[in-house]
Write a protein that binds this ligand. Structure first.
Ligand code: TRP
Length: 334
């Protein structure tokens, strides 16, 4: 189905934290690119959401937005068919957020497992004031993002599912109290939700274990050479266990046509880790070459990203304004 005639709507977004890595790609972006063919898509830079944890550092947000949108388009998001926009440029999200905030209890928000995890990761110590009111309301803002476009499907990582559940509860409650406005959206998970980084932990910018989409072939080789492999394979002559080796996961993802040969070479000790890594580094660089080229071409055109965002903002605003007119009417307010 052509996106213009597609009736089902998708919304998803990311907080702008800078350049994207392979984990972002396999966990979300790649899926978004494919979904563009079947759905009317909105892809949002969630810059207000950055403030929930990082309100002290606002200077980087604009630059990070620029880098992320370059990666998005490089990877195949198409601004002609999808709406690519920035959350804070569509003020209606804030209005809906305020209204929806009345429809959920603080106890329900405190039970959110993703929030509990974040609090643990933030290591808020006793001396500090703890979580902000805005942070507690993170999923309510997310619900506003989703519902304002009347999205049916929200492709996200596993950690976001609790937020989608809260969105569903809020949508049902709104519809029951004031009348049907919002579809109850479904979350949609990707297969590679947890992609391993160079140290075997989940690939994450904050862990410093990433390969970035914009990395050059040389950077990729250098990073791959530091990657962990099967710890039991101490000598070159020891057979390896691909099933526990993150390099093999990379093979499966980026060059599956050679994965069987690699498996056999590793388990029979015919293939050493150094060579295997060099080869997988080349395979990843090859896989990323078209993304990198497209990104570079866009980057070279001054103002191109801003143009995309400007056009996306306008489309998003139109849709959001329409929903808000209906919301105000149904609620008899504003
Ligand atoms: N919370 C999401 C993340 O951290 C970003 C986000 C904000 C989002 N609003 C959204 C994702 C709406 C999907 C739908 O990745």
């Amino acid at each position: 189905m052509a996106p213009q005639t597609a009736t089902k709507i998708i919304l998803s977004g990311n907080r702008p934290t800078g350049r994207l890595h392979l984990g972002n790609y396999t966990g979300a972006l790649e899926n978004w690119v494919a979904l563009q063919k079947e759905y009317r898509c909105y892809f949002m830079v969630a810059d207000w959401h950055v403030l929930t944890t990082d309100y002290q550092h606002t200077a980087q947000i604009a630059g990070n937005t620029h880098e992320m949108v370059l990666d998005w388009i490089g990877a195949g998001l198409d601004p002609e068919t999808s709406t690519i926009f920035v959350q804070s440029h569509v003020k209606e999200h804030a209005e809906l957020y305020l209204l929806l905030a009345m429809l959920i209890s603080t106890a329900r928000l405190e039970r959110n497992p993703t929030l509990k995890e974040q609090v643990r990761d933030l290591k808020i110590d006793e001396g500090e004031e703890g979580m902000s009111y805005g942070h507690l309301g993170y999923p309510v803002l997310q619900a506003a993002d989703i519902l304002i476009y009347r999205a049916h499907v929200v492709p996200v990582g596993e950690d976001q599912l609790p937020h989608i559940e809260i969105t569903r509860e809020i949508a049902r409650k709104f519809n029951r109290l004031y009348g049907e406005v919002f579809p109850v959206p479904d979350g949609k998970l990707t297969k590679f939700a947890r992609f391993p980084g160079l140290d075997g932990r989940r690939m994450s910018k904050s862990l410093g274990n990433t390969i970035d989409l914009a990395d050059s072939p040389e950077e990729i080789q250098k990073k791959i050479s530091t990657a962990f492999t099967d710890p039991q394979r101490k000598r070159r002559t020891d057979p390896g266990r691909p099933e526990v080796c993150l390099i093999y996961t990379y093979w499966q993802k980026f060059k599956p046509s050679e994965a069987a040969e690699i498996y056999e070479g590793c388990t029979t000790a015919k293939l050493g880790c150094v060579e295997c890594k060099q080869r997988v580094g080349r395979a990843i660089a090859e896989y990323l070459a078209p993304l990198r080229e497209k990104r570079a071409a866009l980057e070279a055109r001054a103002g191109a990203v801003e143009e995309v965002i400007h056009a996306g903002d306008a489309k998003a605003r139109r849709a959001a304004a329409e929903t808000m007119a209906e919301v105000r009417e149904k609620m008899h307010i504003g």
